[in-house]
Design a protein around this ligand. Structure first.
Ligand SMILES: [Zn+2]
Ligand SMILES: [Zn+2]
Length: 305
């Protein structure tokens, strides 16, 4: 079920009409630690995977793990490493998302090790589009292989989370064109003085999400497909902001006074919020898709450094 989120403290597009054409609909996922099943939408949960299709492995040499927190980087054991589930999203839970024709299930897995040659030294993801009924008819894999000790970086393995896809409207943060930002800064500073928040804190969703603007924490780096099309943002996987504007109303600490868009999470829930990932220094991994090319090519970026 979609979550109920507070209204923003102000209507950005009404106060600064230049933002109106930049509004984008996104689908916030709200991952919460739990026990999703293989037929549930999830983040880090078991996948509805066809029993007759081999589980994906990363066969690259030179992928890396970091032992204890703050430990030095070391090369993982050589050999193939099983990928881990990251996102499973059924169209029945996220009807706002545009699934390719004939598909109603999106699955994202990645190699839970760092890779020097990837953008930001990040994970290696793989994206699958499926038809749920057809997949179920083939029988589903009862249990996926799990990476062994030394075959994963714990910071890059999302814990199993239920999700509650929820549509929301957001505005660009880092994706706001530089010249527009310069022109609008005096008015944005007025808003900040009046309401106490820079506009991105209330209008840009730095959350786990599908569609909308990537939850960049650094300068944008949009990929292009092989045919030169700018790809579209599909998923952002990131640490989850556990307070404020996008926190569902039923997760607010009781007794906190309005404004609801600045509320902290209930203390008994705070530990369950988010996939417990640490991608670089609180960065994210962003998946992009080209719908114009056959085979639906995809690419990823990470602002982990
Ligand atoms: Zn790998
Ligand atoms: Zn293309």
């Amino acid at each position: 079920m979609p979550r109920v989120i507070p209204d923003p403290p102000y209507d950005l597009a009404r106060l600064i009409p230049e933002f109106a054409p930049l509004a984008m609909e996104t689908v916030l996922l709200y991952p919460r630690s739990g026990e999703p099943g293989a037929r549930d939408s999830s983040l880090g949960g078991p996948l509805c995977w066809p029993a007759d299709e081999p589980w994906p492995y990363c066969t690259r040499s030179g992928h890396w793990t970091r032992g204890d927190v703050g430990g030095s980087w070391k090369e993982s054991k050589p050999g193939a490493v099983p990928m881990v589930p990251v996102i499973q999203l059924f169209a029945r839970d996220a009807p706002w998302l545009d699934f390719p024709e004939g598909k109603d299930l999106a699955q994202l897995v990645w190699c839970p090790l760092a890779h020097d040659e990837e953008p930001g030294g990040s994970v290696v993801p793989r994206l699958y589009w499926r038809d749920e009924a057809e997949t179920a008819a083939r029988g589903t894999l009862p249990g996926a292989p799990v990476p062994a000790e030394g075959e994963y970086d714990a910071d890059l393995v999302p814990r199993p989370c239920t999700v509650s896809p929820t549509p929301a409207v957001e505005y660009p943060g880092y994706d706001l064109p530089e010249e527009l930002l310069t022109a609008l800064t005096p008015r944005l500073e007025e808003l900040q003085e009046r309401f106490g928040f820079w506009y991105t804190e209330v209008a840009s969703a730095l959350q786990n999400k599908a569609g909308g603007y990537p939850a960049w924490t650094q300068e944008p780096d949009w990929p292009h497909c092989g045919a030169g099309h700018r790809m579209e943002h599909l998923f952002s996987i990131t640490a989850e902001v556990a307070y404020g504007r996008w926190l569902p109303l039923d997760e607010h600490e009781p007794g906190t006074e309005p404004p609801a868009w600045d509320a902290p999470a209930r203390s008994d829930l705070a530990d369950a919020i988010g996939p417990d990932l640490m991608i670089g220094d609180a960065g994210g991994v962003y998946l992009f898709l080209c719908r114009r090319c056959p085979g639906l090519p995809y690419a990823h970026r990470s602002d982990s450094h």
